[in-house]
Each structure stands twice: as structure tokens, then as C-alpha cells.
Design a protein around this ligand. Sequence first.
Ligand code: SF4
Length: 530
Amino acid sequence: MRVLLSGNEAVARGAYEAGAGIATGYPGTPSSEIIATLVEKYADVVCEWSVNEKVALEVAIGASLKGVRSLVTMKHVGLNVAADPLMTLAFTGVNAGLVIAVADDPGMHSSQNEQDSRHWGKFGFLPILEPSDSQEAKDFVRLGFEISERFEVPLILRLVTRVSHTRTPVWCDEPPSQMPLFSYQKDIRKYVMAPANAIHRHPLAVERFQKLREFSETFSGNIVDSQEMNRRVGILTHGLVYHHVKEVFPDVPVMKIGMYPLPVKKIQDFASSVEELWVVEELDPLIEEEVRSLGISVRRGKGEIPWCGELTPDVLRKAFGLPVEISCLVEEKLPARPPKMCQGCSHIPVFEVLRDMELTVWGDIGCYTLGAFTPYSAMDTCICMGAGAGVEAGFKKAAMRQGEHVRSVGVVGDSTFFHSAMTHVVNAVYNKIPMKLLVLDNHITAMTGHQPNPASRVNAYAQTTPYVDIEKVVRGLGVERVVKVSAYDRERLKAVIEEELIAEGPSVIIVDGVCVIAQPKLNKLWNRGG
Ligand code: SF4
């Protein structure tokens, strides 16, 4: 059966076809639809929205140890959060296959930064597969599980926005009737990474990386596409960019990298088969630097091609001095349409109050980040999940040292609170920091597409779950000054903030207001119960 699937849908299909049993993840554009598709279509794969990416990976590690193929999903910044277990998992290795689908966002369509997740490969001695379209996205998940099991290593499946969100045809299969068996065997020398054991695992990880490099020479996704072509120039490229290179240079021999570590011999053969080698790479020059370090001459590369943003066909045309297509010129003339909060959004009155109070506001990741822009202009920073609380704590701590009273607050959302702001609340209580934290509880992870979180009272399957009440959590963490206010009661919100700004010790103000877009669905689920 051949169907049109987005890259994310194809990853979900690949997990199903590979017989994966567990999938965990934290929502983040452009990766979020992987878990959503598994939940909707593939009941055999048991899914969860975890509270953060570290939790998601650790749950998957447990499932892999139990002998179940496990998939973890996140966006690129999520892997920074999961890096702690990841880098030690690279030493321990896995039992049943473990694939980490990480979606990068070149061009920052919906991200706070632009990172190239291919760096994790060399950094952690880990294999990376990089699909160029939905067919490869599906196939590479199955191959990824096989490689993960063969080398006992977690494998990263590196996606980018245009693979995740573009629909291309995919041939579908069914899961194998029999799965390889991986029973759990206690092995503390392998899994207990105390120094005496870990010191023996590091050389094994290095040795394994060498074996992965040899395997990469035979990997079917490293493609040389050069039959009967003029051999004056050859282009070495990777992933999605392969298709753009083929569009712009249809008559040039091309080698596409689909696996890291790089297939060095294959690259050397390709380079020696052409007069001049160009390396066309999106984001960082990982391939180019390694190729140059092999003593291979690269005639054109990052000297011409931008380091930042997406390498669309027209960006390539511009970089190589070719005429740009009219579609690009039209696009450039379109007026900008900055994102806006929805009408009736519960964040709007909050940011109007913060603006009118002229407070310094340490922000965070969510729809409310739009509070930084006009007509609110009521946010001073937005760094990463949980940083709204952390920066507020640090600013207050420094102000205390200087004997100053500052009128500042941190702002996080409900999902952000559970993701990584809770630890800052503990830290503020423990270290007696007068952190003033607003938790904008709209009961949903709105910005990434309305995924549920512990404040939603429903799980990934829209089943009602015990309510993890932020007010009770905060009180349980030792905060004495906790106030709950309706987001729409501007006067009370303002009065509460004024009162807490001069109060001693940490305060948490929970600003309650369900996301108006998610509200009808949540109301239905809450009323249904069960
Ligand atoms: S999706 Fe919800 S939280 Fe986001 S801007 Fe719209 S109403 Fe506000």
C-alpha cells in the first residue's frame, strides 16, 4: 500500500511497523505529530506525553531494558534537556532498540534557537540516521531499531521541519510476526555507571563508534547518484538538502549522506571520481570539516553557502550565483504577519496588567512569549523552558546582595511549570529567595498544538487522569505564599501582584484561565469523566 504521509506520520508508521511497544515524548514543533499519530492510529504502541524530555528518555530506557523497542520524540532543544541520561546511556548501551526522534528547526519557524543535532553523534559516540523524505523517515525508524539492537546503542533519528511536515508517498508494510527477544539481564558492570564501571565503558563506546563507521560504508541510505553524468563537479550533501541539490543541479553527480558516523571510504571514492568536490550542508559544516580533515579538497562549501537558516533551492541558487526563481521574489514581497494571541486568550489580560504595572518580566516558552511584543511589550527575556523562574530567582538574589528592591516577576505556563520550573520553586524555598512567580495555568500545552499535561486532567489518550493541582504542588514544595487568581480579574491580579512584590520569601501566583481554543474539548472531556 502506498500512501501520502508527512515525515512525522511516517516516523509513527515506522515505529508501528518495527514493532515498537512504547513511545514517549514532550511536545515541541516540529516533532509533536509523531506521538499524536501513534495515539490516533497505532494502538499497539503505548504512548505518553512525558513532563519533559529527560523524563521521556528515562522512561524509554526502562522500557528498552524490559525488552521492548522504544521510541522517544522531541524537538532539538529537548535533546539538551535529555542530554544528561543520553550521554551516559551512550556508555551503558541499550537492551531492546531505542530510537530518539529529534526534529531540528532550521530557519527557526517555531523555536528559540537554531541547533544542528548532528553534533550529538560525535559528542556521544552515537549513530545518527537522517532521512530526506517520508519514505526514508519510515524506513530509517525500522533500520534504526535494528542498528540500535545490533550495536546495543541508542540511535538518533534526525529530522528537520521540512521532512517532518512535508507529505510524500510512502510504501507501507506490516509489523513482523515475530519480534527479537530481549529479556532483561542484571549486569551492573554494564548498567551501573559508577566510576569503576564507567571507566571500562568509555573505550567500548569509542570502539563501537568505529564499528558503526564501518557499518556506515554499507548503509543503504548513503546514496551515490552519479550514473552517466559529467564528472567535472560532484556534490556531497545530506538529508532533505539532497532533494534541493537535485533540483538546482540536476546533471551533477551527488552523494547523499543518510548516516553518521560518515562512510569515509565511500566519500573518498566519490571525491576521487569527480574533478571538483562541493559540500552542500544545511546549518553546521560537520561533513565539510570531516572531509577536509581527511585531506580531501573541497572546492565550494561554507565559503559560499550560508551557515544559518534553511537551504531552500533559491538559497542555493543565490549562493552559487544562479538566477533565482520568481516564486522566491514574490515571497519576499509579502507583508509580514506576526503571530498574535487568539481573541479572548487568558494571557492577554495578564500581559496588559504586567505592562501597565511596568514590571520587569522574565518570560518563558509558550503562547505567552508573545507578551514580549506589541501591544504588550511586557517581557524582558525568553531563554528556555523553566528559565522564567530561574532568571527571576537570580535577579532577585543579586538585587538582595546589592540591597535593592526590584519590581520583577517570573512567568511560566502550566506545562513549563511541570517541565522544569518546579525545581526552581524548590530552590527558592531552600535558598530563601524572594522569587515572585506567575504560573499562567491554561490547562494545556497550547503553543505546540494543545497537547495535554498534568494540569489538563486528561492524558495522551484523552482519558481523564488524577488532577495534579499546581496550587497543592507548590504548597507541598514549601511555598507559604500561594494565591490563585482568575486571569480575567485584572483588578485583583494587579492587587495580588503588588502585595506579593513586597512580601518576604517566595510567592507563587497561579493565574487561572483555560485556553479558549482548547476549552470546548477540555470541557467535554472533563464533563465526560471516567
Ligand atoms: S492557543 Fe490558547 S493559549 Fe495560545 S494564544 Fe490561543 S487562546 Fe491563548
